[in-house]
Design a protein around this ligand. Structure first.
Ligand code: FAD
Length: 391
């Protein structure tokens, strides 16, 4: 039970990294807490940035998304004062998203990795990473049969998300920047075709509502939600009534209703661990930084960081050149903070301040002005497009 690189987590970050390292002939293994079926079906992201697609293409990992994904370049903002559309695919750098469900991407990455002979252990939970300051870090695990085990490595890649073992094993010197945006969403997957040919962002006095296409039969919706209320507190009727009202369907036409097949409460929080490297422990994806999902950046950052980390580890193992590993954290943090800033901007655009005092009134007036500027200023629209689809 040893490998040169032990990768924790089989999400977009861990599986991209595993594919790239294995293709370069580097001895690696992926340890994944969940079982195979869970990994292949966990529905989360859906909007892949152009750069993410380029990375996957570069490494021969984009066949599935080219076959089944579809390009997307329009969003629509709805307010009490009407609506406007931005064809962001023709603004900024002229880049589009590819809509491709995260579980399909993960399934493709997993299939490719296994077909190439990559090693993975499902139902193997990393408990802690030890001796990260030395040349032989170890990972203590609980094996699929419940027994404790230990893996030895040269490097450990922490791709096991925000609540994983990598984060729990960070030395005290690691900085954790955290922000709670004070906004909660109810994330929904509805068994219904998309109702708009655009991403829909609705700003209503009752709160935010969002619409995002996934497939021909499944649509993701978000509803701003009372913090602390359990996700199952609202009936489907109440959810659809709220979506209809907040999406201003009386003016813009009805939504396709359908069974709600998944719901989750999402507190909009952002965090960043700094630096991303602690000796022989390297973080990537949500383990390194969680951008609040308002800007759809998490999976895209995960793939970008996985490529940068793979390149750095390949330099280290093939040429004993550690310069890219030394630069890894700094390079990622530049992208991470850009994504964090834009997610923060989106949250402030989409949500009214909670209070009814003078301060809240001031912030609400600024927010309305921001929306108006986005509606009318080509320069502002170019900036939006560049940040919205860029990474
Ligand atoms: P994960 O996908 O979380 O994978 C981590 C893996 O590690 C999991 O398989 C987990 O089981 C495993 N693991 C955890 N702990 C352990 C352990 N101790 N030992 C072993 N394995 C472990 N991002 C976008 O870019 N675009 C979007 O449109 C978008 N929409 C989203 C919508 C929702 C509702 C949510 C919740 C997120 C969304 N995101 C989006 C964010 C995106 O899903 C994540 O950023 C992305 O999954 C991060 O990938 P990852 O590989 O770092 O982590």
């Amino acid at each position: 039970t040893s490998a040169d690189v032990v990768i924790l987590g089989a999400g977009p970050a861990g599986l991209t990294l595993g594919n790239l390292l294995h293709a370069a002939g580097i001895d690696c293994v992926v340890l994944e807490r969940a079982d195979r079926a869970h990994v292949r079906t966990r529905a989360r992201a859906g909007f892949l940035a152009a750069n993410t697609v380029r990375i996957l293409e570069r490494h021969g990992l984009a066949d599935g998304l080219h076959r089944r994904g579809h390009p997307h370049g329009t969003c629509e903002f709805r307010t009490g004062n009407g609506s406007f559309r931005l064809d962001y695919g023709t603004l900024g750098r002229g880049e589009r998203h590819t809509v491709y469900p995260q579980q399909d991407l993960v399934t493709d990455l997993l299939t490719h990795y296994l077909d190439a002979g990559g090693r993975i252990r499902f139902e193997t939970e990393a408990r802690s990473v030890r001796e990260v300051t030395g040349p032989r870090p170890t990972v203590d695990v609980r094996e699929a049969d419940g027994r404790p085990g230990r893996w030895r490595a040269r490097y450990v890649a922490g791709c096991d998300g925000r609540h994983g073992a990598a984060r729990r094993s960070l030395p005290a010197s690691a900085l954790r920047h955290h922000r709670d945006h004070g906004v909660t969403w109810l994330g929904l997957l509805a068994e219904a075709p998309p109702s708009l040919d655009a991403v829909g962002y609705a700003m209503h006095p009752d709160g935010f509502a969002g619409h995002m296409a996934r497939t021909a039969d499944i649509t993701r919706y978000y509803l701003q939600y009372e913090p602390g209320v359990p996700g199952d507190a609202w009936s489907e009727e109440r959810i659809w009534a709220a979506l209809d009202r907040r999406m201003y369907t009386a003016e813009h036409g009805p939504l396709h209703h359908g069974r709600i097949v998944q719901r989750s409460v999402i507190n909009l929080e952002s965090d960043v661990v700094e630096p991303l490297r602690h000796g022989s422990l390297l973080l990537a994806g949500d383990a390194a930084s969680l951008p609040a999902p308002a800007a759809a950046k998490g999976a895209n950052l995960a793939v970008l960081e996985a490529e940068l980390l793979a390149e750095a580890l390949i330099d280290e193992f093939s040429r004993s050149d550690s310069r890219a590993l030394d630069r890894y954290s700094r390079r990622c943090l530049d992208h991470i903070w850009r994504a964090q800033e834009f997610a923060h901007w989106m949250i402030q655009l989409l949500h009214a301040p909670a209070g009814a005092d003078a301060e809240s009134f001031f912030h609400e007036a600024m927010r309305r002005s921001r929306v108006e500027s986005l509606r009318t200023s080509r320069t502002h629209q170019d900036w939006f497009a560049e940040n919205y689809v860029g990474i």
